[in-house]
Design a protein around this ligand. Structure first.
Ligand SMILES: [Zn+2]
Length: 87
């Protein structure tokens, strides 16, 4: 019985990371930091300097999302996960 449970758990763990996608933050959107400013006039210049970009990591199942600051390099590598908008 314990083995079965372990198998189920490892099944969930192995598929979990595939069930999300990224949505790039638009420059004209309000910044994620709650400053009230637009992203382009708030954190964007700083991110650009460091070759980073704010993205929403969206859970494909629940629709929950969290803000991530990702390097553009990594984002390019995971381009297949990047969608243009929240579906
Ligand atoms: Zn900001």
């Amino acid at each position: 019985m314990k083995n079965l449970l372990d198998n189920i758990l490892s099944f969930f763990n192995s598929t979990e990371e595939e069930e999300f996608y990224y949505v790039k933050m638009e420059r004209n959107e309000k910044c994620y930091c709650d400053s009230g400013k637009k992203y382009k006039t708030c954190h964007y210049p700083d991110h650009q300097k460091r070759s980073k970009l704010a993205v929403r990591k969206v859970d494909d199942k629940t629709g929950e999302h969290e803000i991530k600051i990702m390097s553009i390099k990594k984002l390019r590598k995971e381009h297949f996960r990047v969608k243009s908008s929240v579906s």
